[in-house]
Design a binder for this molecule. Structure first.
Ligand code: PGA
Length: 253
């Protein structure tokens, strides 16, 4: 049985003070961590404060960076390394998000290098994959997603894959208010798991969690989570409000 995982991606939305308020409000609410794993991804500037707040309360809440540099160190103005986010208290990094792919031109090859950099630096990875509207309408959604999984996980060995969580995020469903139907999402999640099984064997594939992301809200999460291969959610907008984020975390009552 895979434990549900609900992850908030705060993107570039909150000031440092707002991030601090949001994490404090969240931790003040009773969450049954036996039933669900929870994580938050603040911006770089808020990361240390959020991680310190989580660690001070000793809650098992994961804290992720939203990106890292592919490089380890050096003259790369404006970049932030894996070691830097780890030293600020992050235990995880979100990689391959469609906003990084489409707005900043990150390719599967670059994302694969970042996955390796992250794992080398002891960060867990949430690896996002997903097709565009054009690809979906062209009937190549499954093919595209499987291709991304294969390339982004190239050379990631069996002993490291347990530190990777997948997130299927159809690009056309992010921030748009459109959600894939639970059946559409389940189809892709199942195909991702089949592919992981080919790469790592069925035992490992069964353990990897595959989150769904794209306009997940309190009113649609339960139907998604009922599906066999949907193990959690990567949530943007609805994670910015403590009341709706808590509803998502407590999706099963
Ligand atoms: P959204 O974002 O929930 O606001 O659609 C999801 C994501 O980008 O991870």
């Amino acid at each position: 049985m895979r434990k549900p995982y609900i992850y908030g991606n705060w993107k570039m939305n909150l000031s440092a003070a707002e991030s601090a308020d949001l994490i404090s409000s969240l931790l003040a609410i009773k969450i049954d961590f036996n039933k669900v794993d929870v994580g938050v991804a603040p911006d770089f500037c808020s990361l240390k404060k959020v991680a310190e707040t989580v660690h001070a309360m000793d809650y098992p809440v994961s804290v992720a960076a939203q990106n890292i540099s592919v490089e380890e160190k050096g003259a790369f103005t404006g970049e932030v390394s894996a070691a830097m986010v780890a030293s600020a208290g992050a235990d995880t990094v979100i990689l391959g998000h469609s906003e990084r792919r489409t707005i900043y031109g990150e390719t599967d090859k670059v994302i694969n290098e970042k996955v390796k950099t992250a794992l080398r630096n002891k960060l867990d990875v949430i690896l996002c994959v997903g097709e565009t509207l054009e690809e979906r309408e062209g009937g190549v959604a499954v093919e595209r997603v499987i291709y991304q999984v294969g390339l982004c996980l190239q050379d990631i060995k069996m002993d490291r894959i347990d530190r990777v969580t997948l997130a299927y995020e159809p690009v056309w469903a992010i921030v748009t208010g459109k959600t894939a139907t639970p059946a559409d999402a389940e189809e892709i999640h199942g195909k991702i798991r089949d592919h992981l099984s080919k790469m790592y064997g069925p035992v490992v594939a069964k353990k990897v969690r595959i989150l769904y992301g794209g306009s997940v809200k309190p009113d649609n999460i339960s139907a998604l989570m009922m599906r066999e291969n949907i193990d959690g959610a990567l949530v943007g907008g609805a994670s910015l409000d403590v009341a709706s984020f808590v509803k998502l975390i407590n999706f099963n009552g």
